[in-house]
Ligand binder design. Structure first.
Ligand code: ADP
Ligand code: MG
Length: 242
């Protein structure tokens, strides 16, 4: 049973067709990897699903709800959390305050919100830094904070936009383990990711976009052998097992 179903989703910016009749499903409890070259339309698709853009055509169904026309806060309340490719923490607030802001969307009582916020900071390994200002974090730590903030909205589906992008190589395995733990907790995930090692380690299914269109969709081992995908994105190196 799919938790999220996209049917013919199309989004244009003037003459640019960022998403062209995109259809695929996200099965409950799985991790779907969304891959493709820069400009393929991945982030735009996240914006369409989460209510930041209204598609020009197509349907987005989530757990029995039609999402088209809903605002981001309404989509979030139905159970979809997300992170952004460009991080947006409140830099002058502490980590605890950053997460509390998200928790207070559903738990207005400050003491309860504080306690719940701490559980998310613990989960992402940042509890010791709760009183630190967000501006003082490394990129890898900021990615973890972003995960904690997304979890704080209590989603059933989490959409992560390039969580390992721009972080140091040594911090990547920790982030990968964290994402795997989210699935263990019962969350369903869609992850945009350029690092093929990360995708192969995490994804139950891969959807590949190119020029706004789905060019491959299936189990990772099959998708990485797809000729169109190799030509458009993976190149020779990955195909040879590098
Ligand atoms: P990806 O995340 O796969 O790199 P994007 O979804 O960011 O790709 O972009 C897909 C296409 O849509 C690109 O051609 C990009 O330039 C264009 N695009 C994205 N957002 C906008 C916008 N707000 N206005 C105009 N064009 C946009
Ligand atoms: Mg993007």
């Amino acid at each position: 049973m799919a938790l999220l179903t996209l049917t013919g989703v199309t989004k244009r910016f003037g003459g640019v067709v960022a998403n062209s009749a995109i259809s695929f499903q996200v099965p409950r409890g799985q991790i779907v990897g969304l891959i493709g070259p820069n400009g393929a339309g991945k982030s735009t698709l996240f914006d369409v699903v989460t209510g930041y853009y209204r598609p020009d055509a197509g349907r987005v169904a989530f757990a029995g709800h039609d999402l088209v026309g809903l605002r981001p806060d309404q989509v979030n309340r139905l159970g979809i959390g997300r992170t952004f490719q460009k991080l947006r923490p409140f830099r002058e607030m502490t980590l605890l305050e950053n997460v509390m802001v998200a928790v207070m969307g559903h738990t207005p009582h400050a003491a309860a919100a504080r306690a719940e916020a701490l559980t998310y900071l613990e989960f992402v390994g940042l509890a010791a830094k709760a009183p630190v200002h967000a501006r003082d974090l490394s990129t890898g730590q900021r990615k973890r904070l972003e995960l904690a903030r997304a979890m704080a909205t209590r989603p059933r589906l989490l959409m992560l936009d390039e969580v390992t992008g721009g972080v140091d190589q040594p911090t990547i395995p920790g982030l990968v383990a964290l994402i795997g733990n989210l699935r263990e907790r019962g969350l369903t995930l869609v992850v945009i990711e350029h690092n093929m090692r990360v995708i192969m380690a995490l994804a139950d299914r891969i959807v590949a976009l190119h020029l706004g269109e789905v060019i491959a969709d299936g189990p990772p081992a099959e998708v990485v052998r797809d000729r169109r995908l190799i030509e458009a994105y993976l190149g020779g190196a990955y195909a040879q097992g590098a």
